[in-house]
Structures are given as structure tokens and as C-alpha cells.
Design a protein around this ligand. Structure first.
Ligand code: BTN
Length: 275
């Protein structure tokens, strides 16, 4: 696909431009596009009971009730961000949310690195950072039927063309956008098309149970491994060293007393050690 990054008039998102830009055969098929939705994750979760096709893309130009992790809101001005969800129905034994979140994170990293050569990294489990600033968040949600996971929705929000004044003021990791980091307006179509291409590649590996390749790529992009971290779960808070990520997506943290703890859902903050 032609590069749109340097053009001053970028193509708009529409069903037609999306159909033209997306070149994958599984991920991004079919495409549901909306100029405005409450939340692409909510729409995709509703689709699960009506038309759960593996690879379905739900994308919006604007969300009125975008959802973030820990019941936070995810806000972005109209037309500036990439806001989409993928509905996935892998075999039941592969429906754990952690690995699909990782597939999303490495796909976003690879796409940004290949297109814009920005120094991207992943903060476990799901934040994509550029030099410590958050450019993308991922919210993975599940639907269940009779107590079993029936489908997984991976929701991805990327700050693309927001100026500093248009970014949310957040506590913790500061936010950034590709416009700020790369210095040029970016085509959301070009970026989406590349992310879907990378996602399809890793999703196929994942479905063939070649998880090692997914995890190895995650390790390469990780900004968490080897760092001193503060882990906050629902039950407790502790400090340790991020030692590894396992093939089920869990992060292994070595506590100061030597005990290894595996976590699947927590807030993990790097602790800066002063010289
Ligand atoms: C986070 O808190 O870091 C995760 C944010 C995920 C936001 C995306 S935007 C597209 C999709 N739809 C939603 O409502 N949320 C996700």
C-alpha cells in the first residue's frame, strides 16, 4: 500500500477506504465501521451472540463511552485516534485473554516500528510506550456461555494525530501520540492495515500453538523484564524483579525474599533506582 504519512490531506475512515486499505484475509474480515459508537469493545461483545465470526473488525471514528482497564474511561477527540476491536474465536483451549493481548501489543509495536521507526516498547501486560510515554492501550474482554469463554474481544486504542492539548491528563504513565513522537500527521488507514497484517501473522502462529514465537517477540519489545517493579493486585501490593513471561502470558516476578510469583492481572509500575 502507498505511504500516506507525508501527505497533508489524509484519507478519511469510511467503509470504502477501509475495504480498500485492509489486505488481510482473516483478521479484519468482516469490517464494521461506524462514525460514532459508544465503544467498539461493547459493540463487538454484543456481536458475539449474534454473529461471532473469527477476525471481525469493529472500528469507530469516535467513541462516546470508550472503555479502559480498571473501569477507567478511554477518551480521544473525533477523527484523531485509531479505535478498534477484534472479535476472536480461537479454539477453547486458546481463549485465555493474556496471550491475545500480547498478540495485539506486539502487532502494534511491529507496525509502528516498521512504518515510523519510533522506539516502541511494551509495559506488561498491555501498554505500548514510546520512550516511557503511553501511545496505545489494549483492553481484552471475554464473553462466556455456560461458564465457558465463547469469544475474546481485543480492543486497541492508539493516540495517532492528537496534539499535546488533546491528550488526556492521566496519573501514572504520561500519554503521547504518534504525531508528537514522529513529527508528522499519520494515516490511520496505513497504520491499521499494517497492524492487522502483523496481527494475522501472529494469530495464525498462536492458533497453530507456536506460542514461543509470540512470547519471544514480546520479550524483545518488553520494557518490563529485568526491572524492579511494584505490583498491585486486587489483594496485595509487593515489590520484586520482573523475571520472565511464561507461555500462558503470565508475568513471573521474583520477590526480594526469592519467592517467584506469577501474575495475570495487576498494575505493574517500574521502580526507578536512584544512582
Ligand atoms: C487501557 O486502559 O490502557 C486500555 C484502553 C483500550 C481502549 C480501546 S479504544 C477501542 C476499544 N474500545 C473501547 O471501549 N476500549 C478499547
Amino acid at each position: 500500500m502507498a505511504s500516506h504519512a507525508s501527505s497533508s490531506r489524509l484519507p478519511r475512515l469510511s467503509k470504502k477506504t477501509l475495504d480498500h486499505a485492509v489486505s488481510t484475509t482473516l483478521i479484519g474480515r468482516p469490517i464494521y465501521y461506524f462514525p460514532e459508537l459508544p465503544s467498539t469493545n461493547m459493540y463487538a461483545l454484543n456481536l458475539c451472540s449474534r454473529d461471532p465470526q473469527d477476525g471481525t473488525l469493529v472500528i469507530a471514528n469516535y467513541q462516546t463511552h470508550g472503555r479502559g482497564r480498571h473501569h477507567r474511561a478511554w477518551r480521544a477527540p473525533r477523527g484523531k485516534a485509531l479505535l478498534f476491536s477484534l472479535l476472536l474465536t480461537p479454539p477453547p483451549e486458546l481463549r485465555g485473554p493474556q496471550l491475545l493481548t500480547i498478540v495485539g501489543a506486539i502487532s502494534v509495536c511491529e507496525a509502528m516500528k516498521q512504518l515510523y521507526t519510533v522506539p516502541v516498547s511494551i509495559k506488561w501486560p498491555n501498554d505500548v510506550l514510546i520512550e516511557g510515554r503511553k501511545v496505545c492501550g489494549i483492553l481484552t474482554e471475554l464473553t462466556t456461555q455456560r461458564g465457558m469463554t465463547s469469544a475474546v474481544v481485543v480492543g486497541i486504542g492508539i493516540n495517532v494525530n492528537q496534539k499535546v492539548s488533546e491528550l488526556p491528563r492521566v496519573v501514572g504513565t504520561p500519554a503521547t501520540s504518534l504525531l508528537i513522537e514522529y513529527g508528522k500527521k499519520i494515516s490511520r488507514l496505513e497504520l491499521l492495515s499494517k497492524i492487522l497484517e502483523r496481527f494475522e501473522h501472529y494469530y495464525r502462529l498462536f492458533r497453530r500453538d507456536q506460542r514461543d514465537q509470540v512470547i519471544n517477540q514480546w520479550r524483545r519489545f518488553s520494557s518490563t523484564l529485568g526491572k524492579q517493579v511494584r505490583v498491585q493486585t486486587h489483594e496485595t501490593t509487593f515489590i520484586g524483579t520482573a523475571a520472565d513471561i511464561e507461555t500462558d502470558g503470565g508475568l513471573v516476578v521474583r520477590k526480594d525474599n526469592g519467592f517467584l510469583v506469577k501474575i495475570f492481572s495487576a498494575d505493574v509500575q517500574e521502580i526507578k533506582i536512584l544512582p
